[in-house]
Design a protein around this ligand. Sequence first.
Ligand SMILES: [Zn+2]
Length: 377
Amino acid sequence: MALPSLCDVLLSKQADMVERLREYVVFESPSHDKDALDGLARVIGAHFEAVGADVEYVPNMTGGDHLCARWGAGTERPAFILGHFDTVWPAGTLARQPFRVEDGLAFGPGTYDMKSGLVMAEFALWALRALSLHPPRPVVVLFTSDEEIGSPTTRGWIEAQAQKSAYALVLEPPLPDGVLKTARKGVGKFTIEVDGKSAHAGIEPDKGVNAIVELAHQVLAIQALARPPETTINVGVIQGGTMTNVVPAQANAWVDVRVASRAEAERVENALHALRPVLPGATVKVTGRYNRPPMERTTGIQALFESAREVGLAVGQELSEGATGGASDGNFTASVGLPTLDGLGARGAGAHAVNEHIVIDSLPERAALIAALLMKL
Ligand SMILES: [Zn+2]
């Protein structure tokens, strides 16, 4: 079996991989810029066509088009590779944070999250072709344009493909030192709206119902629902009142909920909806939902990781796994029961931060790993 030669052939392409990363990074692609996203999808698609994929652009009226590349042959359930090409960075970021290579690192917006992942998938397919290696399953690659805003137009599409697939490889950034992600928390966003009654704070404060005081009671009750580290709750924003001499009639809070299990997701959601006002005359209204369910470390995911660990050893890489509080589209594939390995992106640091970068050595390393996984899983 020619698995170790994957490493050699990809190592010889390292400079090309860096160049491809540069091409993608200098093509800025914020989640809300349809023209940019449509354009970048086609640039990426052309490179996938060049390695033998059938590329389809999935039209999106409300945002950037998405990309689906099908590669390889056979009637087995496909391997599902998932990534996104939108970034959190607004257009013009590049002027302040240009793409640059320094000391074996490549810096720039979207290098780590996750344009390097797109590059690795392409070069993995390239290497398989170059070595005439034929994976046992066809490969379906989905690259989406709206992951960073919660995947409003792609969730159904991802879940449908997940139901038809054998396993999913997600190209998101790993934990520090390249550790794969086999569990992710689910994320809920909830809004608490409190109505009270305004009154003059000096003349007849007793006629008022202080919405801020009511909200303060609610905030403490909400925080008490947390069970860290598995379930964390962050009342991240509050707003209320108008003037210091007015009893406030209105106050709102916005809450981020992270849960490691479905059971916890339900417990917290039910408790939020059961919140009742403490002050007579106040009302409390709770809205919101989970936008990504938790990715739980199922037996299917454990088994997939164990197999991947053995494949890793065959290409000289020691893989380890961990959990994260952040969510990705891997939450969707896992939640429909598909064994999912996430965090297959390049080693690096600084997702969504000004020091965002990847370790260049990890480009060929991870591409070889992905190619080997496609051969063996
Ligand atoms: Zn990402």
